[in-house]
Design a protein around this ligand. Structure first.
Ligand code: MG
Length: 377
């Protein structure tokens, strides 16, 4: 039997992490879990550890399980040469430092954490290249593109599909008065709260454009977004000769997770129902309405500016999303607030990783202050 692939999961209790463990449960002869790291959901992390018996465990709070060594930092996972691959499945900026550390240690990355590339894509991709580390995207669109590309030098453009979220055909007025519950009712994907709100404003697509730029080294002008409400075509590429290759499948995060942690192999594991074109019958595509969903334009702008601009965009948007989830602002204000903060940001052209974290902190503070100001009126 082939050697098992040794894997650690950072963020094992989140939406991607739990689905990754469902994949690994089906592929127990293929994977050995080195470490599981979770945040505050200690109960779930304990259950996972008892079931999957990793060698190490890490939580933000104290955790003790018989026979499993507790770690005191995520860096201990990222430095551990027992790993063949680390799945970075946590959300937020917490994923960035351990990802960089793992790259420095030559460990391949299955990357589900968007912030890593949105905040510091230039640094991360440069380090990965220097260290010969593979970064395999878990995000379904990028995973699709990864599957389509044979030779990136022959690719003319990337076509990223977007379901359009729950407000696709709603008016701006309806978007403004949308409740948290409506925003969290995504028609196609079941995900964490932050990313679901980002999908409702289309900022998620904006962040994905930035991710794609870094992962595949494409110019922003050669990355296109198309609305595809059925979420069957997960994204596509167009070659120089006009040939278009798309990756299709039923919407399920198990498949891209499994692809990323198994690459370059493909395992049966969790297999989606056999695909039937005739059952699906139709696929629709339409142009995104950037007037109604201006977040995408803002993301293109930030991406093209480069440097610290995308870290600023990310931080302002995230704080605004939290304020929306807290009932402080309406859905459309997420964009308005993010834009105001972004317009006032002085971009650092080639920031160090510390400068990126400084920008992140400063922008979060400014965004919270702006939200305070607006909501006190
Ligand atoms: Mg996605």
């Amino acid at each position: 039997m082939d050697k098992k692939r040794r894997i650690s999961i950072i963020g094992s209790t989140g939406s991607i992490g739990t689905q990754a463990l469902e994949v690994i449960e089906k592929l127990q002869d293929k994977f050995e879990i080195i470490a599981l790291a979770g945040g505050n959901n200690i109960e779930l992390l304990k259950q996972q550890a008892e079931k999957f018996k990793p060698k190490y465990i890490y939580a933000q709070k104290d955790i003790k399980i018989n026979g499993i060594k507790s770690l005191t930092s995520l860096d201990e996972i990222a430095q551990n040469q027992e790993n063949d691959i680390i799945l970075v499945a946590c959300s937020g900026k917490i994923g960035l430092k351990p990802t960089l550390k793992a790259i420095e240690n030559g460990i391949d990355i299955a990357l589900a954490n968007k912030e890593t590339l949105v905040m510091a894509g230039d640094i991360v991709m440069k380090k990965a290249k220097e260290n010969g580390v593979k970064i395999i995207p878990v995000d379904s669109e990028h995973c699709a593109i990864h599957q389509c590309i044979k030779d990136i030098s022959q690719v003319e453009k990337l076509i990223i599909t977007a379901s359009g979220g729950p407000f696709l055909h709603k008016s701006i007025e309806e978007i403004k008065t949308a409740t948290v519950k409506e925003a969290l009712a995504h028609p196609r994907w079941n995900m964490g709260k932050k990313i679901t709100v980002d999908s409702a404003t289309l900022m998620n697509k904006g962040l994905e454009i930035i991710e794609a730029h870094h992962l595949f080294g494409m110019d922003y002008d050669d990355i296109e977004v198309v609305i595809h409400p059925q979420s069957i075509a997960h994204s596509a590429i167009e070659y120089k000769d006009g040939s278009v290759i798309a990756q299709l499948g039923l919407p399920s995060m198990h498949i891209p997770i499994q692809y990323a942690i198994s690459y370059p192999e493909r395992f049966e594991g969790i297999k989606s129902k056999s695909f039937s074109f005739s059952e699906i019958a139709r696929l629709d595509f339409e142009k995104p309405d950037f007037e109604k969903f201006p977040t995408v334009k803002l993301a293109y702008r930030a991406g093209k500016m480069g440097g610290s601009a995308t870290a600023c965009l990310n931080a302002a948007n995230e704080e605004a999303v939290f304020a929306f989830l807290d009932g402080k602002i309406n859905l459309y204000q997420i964009y308005e607030i993010t834009k105001e903060i972004f317009d006032n940001h002085k971009v650092i052209q080639t920031p160090t990783i510390d400068e990126i974290f400084e920008v992140d902190e400063k922008i979060r503070l400014q965004t919270k202050e702006l939200i305070e100001k607006i909501t006190q009126k």
